[in-house]
Design a protein around this ligand. Structure first.
Ligand SMILES: *Cc1c(COP(=O)(O)O)cnc(C)c1O
Length: 390
């Protein structure tokens, strides 16, 4: 990676609150804990309300603490504008439900986040159809329809960590005038900048690495000024999944250490991947660092670094074995979500759900790990102890 880019990203993450409204020199942003902003004249009120996407009028729309975070995240993604939401799903729902109309079709490429597909299923009742390609084909051309209005990517996917050729997919969509969205949560805006590959909109769950401390739920959407404005009026204002000022302050606190945390997640995950790949009870390890063949070239071209979310397959993929492994862990805790300081383990395996796993393109015995910041040695020791008991 270009080191100037790295320096710039660090500056963006660590920028202090500045400007004329900071006479005290506070380095952390003030939390604008207010629902509304009163204006000195009715004329000014009318003017600001006419452009609520850029003026603080009411905190469901624009709030200065949240706006500061939005500005940071837009810069990191190399987008023109960003809008924060109460959750990642808030951002995803605002894009899908806010911009699509009856008769539109959406193409989902890769193993997309489960609730995103559940929302797509829900939108069928409003006449929005979709096709999901959990096992991405070399050419998605045959699945693009005349009514395809949106191509939704996730790269890597967050179960099998498969990587897409994002620039090629973005170019293919653009030729046909179709908008593209990518869920960029795995890589964070530090390690992958999909807008520079021609993708129109990037979404993140800020709950994961961007927040990083498992104490906040949030989401963000980044793209061109025009596209973000469209989602603001049609998806954010109307559905109301607004991020609060307090949540924005917590996400901003996380953002300041994002570069140093990601370096450590990457170091630990690299060592964990190596240890698992060499273990006789592990059938396969999934992480972009161990991609091979054509995927390896994609990884090198598209990523500036790795995160700590990976998965692996137990040799014996029965529910009992998975449960025995999980219960034998102690440093890795059992739970949903990922990207926090703490190491976590989970699995899509349930008693008797083999058919469902096959339909989702997931192998039996799949365990997903979020490698935290405790250090590679105790993390590997915990995994090896648990594998010995399987
Ligand atoms: C968690 C997650 C989301 C949803 O974000 P929330 O903040 O939980 O609503 C979306 N995409 C991916 C890949 C996720 O892991």
């Amino acid at each position: 990676m270009d080191s100037r880019d790295e320096v710039r990203d660090r500056e963006i993450c660590m920028a202090a609150w500045d400007g004329p409204d900071n006479p005290s020199g506070a380095v952390a942003p003030p939390v604008y804990q207010t629902s509304l902003f009163a204006k000195p004249t009715f004329g000014r009120f009318v003017a600001e309300q006419a452009a609520e996407h850029e003026n603080p009028v009411y905190s469901r729309g624009t709030n200065p603490t949240v706006a500061f975070l939005e500005e940071r995240l837009a810069l990191l993604e190399r987008g023109e504008a960003a809008k924060c939401f109460a959750s990642g799903m808030g951002a995803i729902a605002a894009v899908l439900a806010g911009t699509l109309k009856s008769g539109d079709h959406v193409l989902f490429v890769n193993t997309v986040y489960g609730p995103t597909l559940e929302l797509a299923e829900h939108l069928r009742r409003f006449g929005v159809e979709h096709t999901a390609l959990p096992d991405p084909p070399a050419d998605i051309g045959p699945w693009i329809r005349d009514d395809t209005a949106l191509i939704y990517l996730e790269s890597p996917g967050t179960m099998l960590m498969r990587v897409l050729d994002v620039p090629a997919l973005a170019a293919q969509a653009r030729r046909r005038g179709i908008r593209t969205v990518i869920d960029n949560t795995w890589a964070t805006p530090l390690h992958q900048k999909p807008l520079t590959f021609g993708v129109d909109l990037a979404v993140h769950s800020c709950t994961k690495y961007i927040g990083g401390h498992s104490d906040v739920v949030g989401g963000v959407l980044v793209g061109s000024r025009e596209a973000v404005r469209e989602v603001f009026y049609q998806g954010h204002q109307l559905f109301g999944a607004a991020m609060s000022a307090m949540e924005a302050a917590l996400v901003l606190r996380g953002l300041r250490t994002l570069p140093v945390r990601m370096a450590e997640h990457r170091r630990n995950a690299g060592a964990v991947v190596e240890a698992l790949a060499a273990h006789p009870r592990v059938a396969a390890v999934h992480h972009p660092a161990v991609a091979h063949g054509p995927d390896e070239a994609l990884v090198r071209r598209q990523f500036r670094g790795y995160s700590g979310l990976l998965s692996f397959e137990l040799e014996d993929g029965s529910f009992d074995r998975v449960a025995r492994f999980m219960d034998a862990l102690s440093l890795f805790r059992i739970g949903v979500s990922w990207g926090g300081y703490e190491s976590l383990a989970t699995s899509p395996q349930r008693p008797g759900n083999g058919d469902e796993l096959r339909a989702r393109g997931l192998p039996p015995g799949l365990v997903r790990l979020s490698v935290g910041l405790e250090g590679a040695a105790p993390q590997i020791a915990d995994l090896e102890r648990a594998l010995a008991e399987v």
